[in-house]
Design a protein around this ligand. Structure first.
Ligand SMILES: Nc1nc2c(c(=O)[nH]1)N[C@H]1C(S)=C(S)[C@@H](COP(=O)(O)O)O[C@H]1N2
Ligand SMILES: [Mo]
Length: 431
């Protein structure tokens, strides 16, 4: 951690966290068209809209939009998502709207790096499988359905940058709070079955994925994002080529008509608008595979410290995490007996315990925890707490996985703001 951060101590970090969460839910909601203006707005105009000066404005990355001025994203087929960025479209789901066991399509977050393709007619779509294979394939969606086992499973997709807005000092990139995560039901075929049909050569060690989205600049030669998977993860029977979301079509911004779902890895590995799986004999080097993209230093670093390229590692499995979806933060439940519930997940591992605290971590109460409905689904949990007297409380949740690994109190700072799995905290007042 940076010196400054350590000196400020635990509670100051926490305070910022709680404030940002509160503003996310209760912040002023302005018209979507103000957003473009906001991105270019000077300090004085932002201050005027907030009704206050911004003492720490020097810590705000360029293009940063104060969460108190965030908008509800007006996207057809989506419900209540908060806009994180408009170009490319990034929108997250406030925790209390993620209460369902399975995330409805309308509430699945959106993380686009470019513009979705214009023509997404499933009848004309093809996916090419080539590279280190015996027999390259070109498959339509009808071919996928006809030639391979069709399976359906609930799986978590979480952006590696979820929680980035809580980094201190701040880092550039989408200022996600809690809601760049969802667990929809995905129907499709196993990527492994398709790769086996193509005949994976011994030389294969990685996949490289391509999608039909276009670069924001309009330059057709530029790729938005092309990530890949270690061959073992690509061959995992739970890695799917999915053509249905919750029993219907995929939402256009979730990759219609067809996408990869490689749950347990950063969301970026789940290529949307999938057109090609290129099997490679080296680690894929497509757009956002190198540099500091989806990579973290192999050791804790000071903010601002220079990290050599060889000291970066590609993010693999995502960490253990949980979310409190009820009560909603900064609410005032009518009783001191409160039903607390949410979800927990941990890469490829099972969560074995979720505990809840309402006394700032002094004591913990175990929640009732469901088994995952299938591998890579999040696990629902619930418990009832009885707050001892009137006043302000924070409800904290902490998940522990089957390796004995729990969520931390604090973020391990890294240059791009990835992998924040600090405990979720929700504020309530009771009388
Ligand atoms: N083709 C393509 N696939 C993509 C992306 C993208 O910009 N283009 N974004 C990735 C990232 S960074 C994430 S976190 C997930 C988000 O999936 P969602 O938008 O369906 O929630 O999609 C991934 N797949
Ligand atoms: Mo992401």
């Amino acid at each position: 951690m940076g010196k400054k951060t350590v000196e400020r101590g635990l509670f100051e970090l926490f305070e910022r966290d709680a404030e940002m969460a509160d503003e996310l839910v209760f912040g002023r909601r302005t018209g979507a068209d103000r957003r473009g203006f906001l991105k270019g707005a000077g300090l004085a105009s932002m201050g005027a809209m907030l009704g206050a000066s911004i003492p720490f404005h020097r810590n705000m990355p360029s293009g940063f939009i104060p969460v108190a001025l965030a908008d509800v994203a007006k996207v057809e087929g989506k419900d209540g998502l908060q806009l994180v960025n408009d170009k490319p479209l990034n929108a997250e789901t406030p925790p209390h709207l993620l209460d369902d066991a399975i995330t409805p399509t309308a509430r699945h977050f959106i993380r686009n790096n470019g513009n979705p393709p214009e023509n997404t007619d499933p009848a004309n779509w093809t996916i090419t499988i080539d590279g280190e294979v015996e027999k390259p394939l070109k498959l339509s969606i009808a071919d996928l359905k006809k030639d391979f086992d069709v399976v359906e499973q609930a799986m978590v997709i979480e952006c590696a940058g979820n929680g980035r807005s809580f980094f201190d000092p701040p880092v550039s990139g989408g200022q996600w709070t809690y809601g760049a995560v969802g667990c929809s039901k995905w129907t499709g075929v196993r990527l492994a079955d398709v790769l086996k049909a193509a005949g994976v050569k011994k030389s294969a060690i990685y996949t490289g994925h391509e999608g039909a989205d276009t670069h924001l600049s309009g330059d057709e030669k530029k790729k938005t994002l092309s990530r890949g998977l270690p061959i073992e993860k690509a061959m995992d029977p739970n890695t799917l080529i999915a053509f249905e979301q919750n029993g219907g079509a995929l939402h256009i911004d979730n990759g219609a008509p067809v996408r990869l779902v490689a749950s347990g890895y950063p969301g970026s590995c789940s290529q949307k608008w999938l057109t090609r799986v290129w099997v490679r004999d080296k680690v894929h080097d497509g757009a956002k595979m190198t540099g500091s993209s989806y990579r973290v230093p192999n050791r804790p670093v000071e903010p601002g410290e220079k990290v050599e390229d060889k000291d970066y590692v590609i993010i693999g499995e995502m960490p253990v995490k949980s979310l409190i979806t009820s009560p909603m933060t900064r609410s005032s439940p009518s009783s001191r007996e409160i039903d607390v519930r949410g979800h927990a997940w941990s890469g490829a591992h099972e969560v074995v315990e979720v505990a809840v605290s309402y006394d700032f971590g002094q004591t913990w109460q175990k929640a009732e925890l469901d088994k995952p409905v299938n591998p890579f689904a999040w696990q629902n949990w619930r418990t009832k707490i009885t707050l001892p007297q009137a006043g302000y409380y924070e409800i904290w949740a902490r998940a522990t996985n089957d390796q004995g690994v729990s969520q931390p109190h604090m973020i391990v700072w890294n240059p791009k703001g990835y992998l924040n799995n600090a405990m979720h905290r929700v504020a309530v007042t009771v009388s």
